[in-house]
Ligand binder design. Structure first.
Ligand code: 13P
Length: 286
């Protein structure tokens, strides 16, 4: 199968009461690990790359690698651009073959966020791609996107309904207390707010910053209407840890295939566990 638009995948998850795992990948090995996990789980999967990763690896390389993986996999695979602010970069990624993009206008006033999001929706439609947008602002850090605690604000349910109707987006990222990166203490999530948003917005909702959340919190978010769970940090931690371990145990090793093989396996195992946690395992009949 070629890379797919996530619209039907996320709608099925919403109807089925589970979530699709969306994993940030950075290179060949992490991309292979996530797709291998999806195949092992029989789960639909979203590969996502931040603007920083597009800069690092190149949009064409990412699309080429994701296409090969998707064609070999017996599960549907999406390639999504995560947290893009630059509309030119969104255009480049759509042109290259990304099947989904996120426009993050969460720093803009509502009217301007609506105007620019509409522009991105029109661009994406021309290419048959889907659009995720964000309302409210998450704390923490992801690549160059760093948000201080004082700048955090939660998604307003009424505003979310207005925004969804005015923009024609396919999914909405919500701010309910999660943050990008490693949590210092256990985050307090505003489940009531999530419930209100889900009651007013007739779209799949997206939870960013899902690494490090207790399993029970993830499950509750899914039960309340989250259909896409974003995970970056947990994969980065396991990748770096396994690389360090392997190199510490074999200080003379110089063959990348030898130290990347166990690291790729560790990422696959972590992604697989997340897919199971999201209830996505076994949703694709292979
Ligand atoms: P974490 O790094 O906290 O998993 O967040 C990932 C994310 O939300 C990607 O957009």
């Amino acid at each position: 199968m070629d890379l797919v638009n996530p619209r039907a995948m996320l709608e099925q998850a919403r109807q089925g009461g589970y979530a699709v795992g969306a994993f940030n990948i950075h290179n060949l090995e992490t991309l292979q690990a996530v797709v291998a996990a999806a195949v092992a789980a029989g789960a639909p999967v979203i590969l996502q790359a931040t603007p920083g990763t597009v800069k690092y690896a190149g949009a064409d390389y990412l699309v080429a690698m994701a296409r090969v993986a998707a064609r070999q996999a017996a599960v549907p695979v999406v390639l999504h651009l995560d947290h893009a602010i630059d509309i030119d970069l969104i255009g480049t990624c759509l042109e290259a073959g990304f099947t989904s993009v996120m426009f993050d206008g969460s720093t803009l006033p509502l009217e301007e966020n609506i105007t620019r999001t509409r522009q991105v929706v029109a661009m994406a439609r021309e290419k048959g791609a889907a659009v995720e947008a964000e309302l409210g602002r998450l704390g923490g850090r992801e690549d160059e996107l760093a948000v201080d605690a004082e700048a955090v604000y939660y998604t307003d349910p009424d505003e979310a309904a207005t925004f969804a109707a005015a923009t024609g987006i396919d999914s909405l990222a919500v701010a309910i207390g999660t943050a990008h990166g490693v949590y210092r203490g256990e985050p307090r999530l505003d489940f009531e707010r999530l419930q209100e948003i889900a009651a007013r917005v007739n779209l799949p909702l997206v939870l960013h910053g899902a690494s490090g959340l207790p399993d029970t919190a993830v499950a509750r978010c899914i039960a309340l209407g989250i259909s896409k769970i974003n995970i970056a940090t947990d994969l980065k931690l396991v990748l770096a840890a396994r690389l360090r371990e392997t190199l510490a145990a074999n200080p003379e090793e110089t063959d990348p295939r030898r130290y990347f093989t166990p690291a790729r396996e560790a990422v696959k195992e972590t992604a697989l566990a997340k897919m199971r946690l999201c209830g996505a395992a076994g949703r694709v009949q292979t």
